[in-house]
Write a protein that binds this ligand. Structure first.
Ligand code: NAD
Length: 373
């Protein structure tokens, strides 16, 4: 089978869906075409792909002329026009965006939306949301450290003592855990909050303090468990009590990093404008949920703005700002996923709809949407 790797064209997208490492594995049984310059923004020159056995093609049309197309971002309408009917498309296909999904289905491709990968142990090596959230969590802390006018670690110098920065992390999934670990390495004092009960132990094991918002009803306890590893929207009363505690802790913090998401829904608002107003001048907030509407009132997508003396960082797609490693991990995730469907002996593609990892990720096939977000 021919595998195509087009260059990403979305503004700010620096990642690429295959690396020389994954190309080398694929060429054993397949022909691999990489569009010239596809790896450039990830510091991967064409010659490295060539050395791994890929054929470098000059145009996007030639890269899309393949039975299997590996992508980072969902193709634009123009790119979709290049997709061959009945080809296999694997990438972040935005399955919650109905118009996007309908467009893809209409193009006749068999599309796998990596956002929908089931969160089971067997699929961990294919989990692009986790691999990229891990990078975003790290970069959020590095950004905050670069943007704040203070040290993170406690320092005892001849000129006197410098206090450690206080960091508050809201939403402790993959990104939040990495943010805690990174801030800890830099010497900050960390507090964190999440809705899901198992998070408390994870937060404490990383040396941070968990902010407990007790569940007062069976309904709260039940919803807090989430589904499939993801959170569900919490009842209004729990959110109110959380907001009170968050307000109080945020006003004592130098840095707030928010990562709270609920699949297919706008991000929950965890920091109100009143809280921003009450924070210490010079504090920094990084909102990793900005692409889903943000956890912070007043955050501006794609920008760094000052509000009430607080720096609000709403930069998007932080994983793409660490492109070399983001591409390396993303490409491995895609290779592992694709390997599920390629016969190890012949390289032949097989769509086994009884496999829950394959079926769970399948977004469109035979000109139709298989399931909606
Ligand atoms: P996510 O990006 O969907 O959400 C980030 C965090 O925000 C979650 O921890 C969620 O509970 C939290 N959140 C939502 N609403 C909130 C609110 N109102 N206040 C505070 N926090 C709120 O989640 P994620 O990072 O993708 O992962 C969630 C969990 O799934 C993690 O525990 C992770 O370890 C687990 N996971 C398991 C597997 C697997 O078993 N294969 C793979 C990946 C992740």
């Amino acid at each position: 089978m021919r595998v195509g790797v087009p260059a990403e064209i979305r503004a700010g997208e620096t990642r690429v869906a295959a690396t020389p490492e994954t190309v080398k594995k694929l060429v054993a049984k397949n022909e691999v075409r990489v569009q010239a310059g596809a790896g450039a923004a990830s510091s991967i020159p064409d010659r490295d792909y060539e050395a791994a056995g890929a054929k470098i093609v000059a145009s996007a049309a030639e890269a899309y002329d393949a039975g299997i197309v590996l992508k980072v971002r969902s193709p634009s309408a123009e790119e979709s026009g290049l997709l061959k009917k009945d080809s296999i498309l694997i990438g972040l296909l935005e399955p919650f965006n109905a118009a996007q999904l309908e467009g893809l289905a209409a193009s006749g491709v068999t599309g796998f939306a990596m956002e929908w990968l089931p969160r089971i142990s067997r699929a961990q090596s294919m989990d692009v949301l986790s691999s990229q959230a891990n990078i975003a969590g790290y970069k959020a802390v590095v950004l905050a450290a670069a943007e704040i006018g203070r040290f993170f670690p406690m320092l005892m110098t001849a000129a006197g003592t410098v206090k450690a920065a206080r960091v508050l992390i809201l939403g402790v999934g993959v990104a939040g855990l990495q943010a805690i670990a990174t801030a800890k390495r830099l010497g900050a004092v960390i507090e964190a909050s999440d809705v899901r009960p198992p998070v408390k132990e994870q937060v404490e094991s990383l040396g941070a303090k968990f902010l407990d918002v007790p569940y007062l009803t069976d309904e709260e306890r039940e919803i807090a468990k989430g589904t499939g590893g993801y959170a569900r929207p919490m009842p209004a009363d729990w959110m109110r009590r959380q907001a009170e505690l968050v307000h109080q802790r945020a006003t004592q913090s130098d840095v707030v990093i928010t990562t709270a998401l609920i699949p297919g829904r706008p991000a929950p608002k965890l920091i109100k404008e009143d809280t921003v107003r009450a924070m210490k001048p010079g504090s920094v907030i990084v909102d990793l949920a900005v692409e889903q509407g943000g956890n912070v009132e007043g955050i501006e997508r794609g920008r760094i703005v000052m509000k009430h003396g607080v720096k609000l960082i709403g930069l998007e797609n932080l994983a793409a700002s660490v492109p070399f490693d983001a591409s390396a991990l993303y490409a491995r995730n895609l290779f592992n996923f694709l390997s599920l469907m390629l016969d190890p002996k012949t390289g032949e593609f097989k769509l086994d709809r009884t496999d829950e990892v394959i079926a769970g990720t399948l977004a469109c096939a035979d000109g139709k949407i298989v399931k909606r977000g």
